[in-house]
Design a protein around this ligand. Structure first.
Ligand SMILES: Cc1cc2nc3c(=O)[nH]c(=O)nc-3n(C[C@H](O)[C@H](O)[C@H](O)COP(=O)(O)OP(=O)(O)OC[C@H]3O[C@@H](n4cnc5c(N)ncnc54)[C@H](O)[C@@H]3O)c2cc1C
Length: 468
């Protein structure tokens, strides 16, 4: 085994959480010795963060959606850590300043369809995202670390297990480098920020259940998130949090292997399965509150096969192209039968489903900019809003399958991001942040994963630096 190298801080993971931790620590302690481990080669660095558009549940004044903490309690039935959520809310303006002051430009986009991302009733207000998506965060924070004296960015280097001193405090970890050899990195503090277990088919099957192997990965970067952080923490007695049998899944275009080929602009259409039957109340709520459930349903109950069907009314929504993220345009046809043929599903069955749906649409005003209450009458499942007939060619359709974005279950921490045991004591010198930490139950109110990764990565390093 190669000789031990000694660091003040070892960070595992080169995504939002790990980079926020490393930059915060480097700036707080000039000359500190820091190692950042990344399983991927340099050109693929950045995990999930590199591939996300990084929608942030943040309004133009840089505050978090004021309804988010209440929503987290409601959807999780009180299981989500309320103190963590409230702290995230308080820290959001500082996190926004943290990335903006380090070169990340924020954009505030008007979505084409009503959403609840910035609080209040479903609305069309702009919500934030970094110009250049998550990759802009990865590049801006990596630049600060690159070439900085005392900082080693170790690519193709995997953390294998934590090392602990005789009294049980974490004092470093074992890592395997590109030469295949193990070496020990000694550290005063370790921050684990190595993502969830979406990249491990074995762990997905263990926790999420049967058919997990059928889930596509939403982007190449997530394949490196293989549950190592969760394993390393539980091996030394750390606790867990979050719902282990639930995932954040999204419906993506089957015709492309491009990352993040998600369909958000579905308000005016319907979803059908491989038998051309509807299976979901497409107008149950705004897109941000339903897209995950549609993805999950396609995977769990529809054999990974579904089709989104709409008509010219969707194409007429200004900016709709920003809500259909696939790099392949929808299939188009002048009749529903021809569209079915193009999609490879039974024409008669689709015509029958669409005719039944059209006949059930009420006469209220149709408006995708709010929950318009225009619901179907007498079809199962109902469509509770935006139930407008599909009667205006061209008809459009996209074949869909479900892709996993991240896992809900992870490590439990306190508010300083210190890993805790089931007995609520902290494991000395061990921190965890980002997707590795468990938070969500039942539903993911979106636009908060990058935000919490940045925030708790930063808080972990602030605490470690203050106690060094
Ligand atoms: C396509 C896509 C779209 C998304 N859209 C949004 C969105 O709009 N808004 C939002 O908030 N969130 C979104 N998310 C989720 C969000 O991007 C992630 O949850 C967040 O970026 C996670 O950050 P992280 O730092 O915790 O993990 P990651 O960014 O995944 O970083 C984990 C790092 O750990 C490394 N690693 C793993 N194991 C080891 C090991 N043993 N040793 C060394 N390194 C290791 C990985 O290679 C990676 O560099 C999206 C994700 C994807 C993929």
């Amino acid at each position: 085994m190669a000789a031990t190298e000694e660091y003040d801080l070892v960070v595992v993971g080169h995504g939002a959480a790990g980079l926020a931790a490393a930059v915060t620590y480097a700036e707080a302690r000039e000359g500190a010795r820091i190692a950042v481990l990344e399983r991927a080669p340099r050109e693929e660095r950045g995990g999930a963060t590199r591939w996300t558009g990084a929608f942030l549940r943040v309004a133009e004044d840089r505050t978090l959606d004021p309804d988010w903490t209440k929503r987290m309690q409601r959807v999780s039935a009180g299981l989500a850590d309320d103190q963590y959520c409230r702290l995230l809310e308080r820290e959001t303006p500082t996190t926004m300043r943290f990335i903006e002051e380090r070169g990340v430009k924020l954009l505030f986009d008007q979505f084409p369809f009503a959403h609840t991302l910035v609080g209040g009733p479903p609305a069309m207000r702009p919500a934030g995202r970094p110009d250049g998506g998550g990759k802009a965060i990865v590049e801006a924070l990596s630049r600060i670390l690159e070439g900085r004296s005392g900082v080693d960015l170790l690519y193709q280097t995997e953390a294998v297990r934590l090392t602990i001193s005789e009294d049980g405090a974490v004092d470093g970890l074992m890592a395997r480098g590109p030469d295949g050899l193990l070496r020990r990195l000694g550290a005063r503090d370790v921050v684990l920020a190595c993502g969830g277990f979406e990249g491990s088919s074995e762990m997905l099957s263990r926790y999420v259940g049967p058919k997990a192997c059928d889930l596509r990965l939403i982007a190449p970067g997530v394949r490196n998130n293989r549950g190592d952080g969760l394993r390393m923490v539980t091996e030394i007695g750390g606790d867990t949090a979050g719902q282990f049998d639930m995932i954040h899944a999204e419906a993506v275009d089957t015709r492309t292997s491009a990352a993040d080929a998600v369909i958000y602009g579905f308000a005016a259409g319907i979803f059908v399965n491989g038998n051309a039957d509807r299976f979901f109340d497409e107008g149950r709520d705004t897109w941000d509150n339903t897209f995950e459930h549609i993805g999950f349903e396609i995977w769990r109950h529809q054999n990974q096969e579904a089709y989104w069907i709409a008509d010219a009314k969707t194409l007429a929504v200004p900016g709709v192209e920003h809500s259909l993220l696939s790099d392949v345009p929808p299939e188009r046809a002048d009749t529903i039968g021809d569209l079915a043929a193009k999609l490879g599903i039974d024409s008669e069955a689709l015509e029958k489903t669409v005719a039944g749906f059209n006949a059930a649409c009420g006469s209220q005003e149709f408006d995708v900019h709010r929950l318009d209450g225009k619901s179907t009458i007498g079809v199962t499942p109902p469509k509770s809003n935006w139930a407008t007939p599909l009667d205006t060619p061209p008809f459009i359709g996209i074949p869909l399958t479900s892709a996993i974005t991240f896992t809900y279950g992870g490590v439990r921490t306190d508010l300083a991001a210190r890993v805790v045991t089931p007995g609520d004591v902290t494991i000395p010198h061990l921190y965890a942040a980002g997707e590795l930490t468990g938070l969500y139950y039942h539903e993911y109110p979106p636009g908060t994963s990058v935000l919490r990764s940045l925030t708790f990565g930063r808080l972990a390093a602030e605490h470690a630096a203050a106690h060094a």
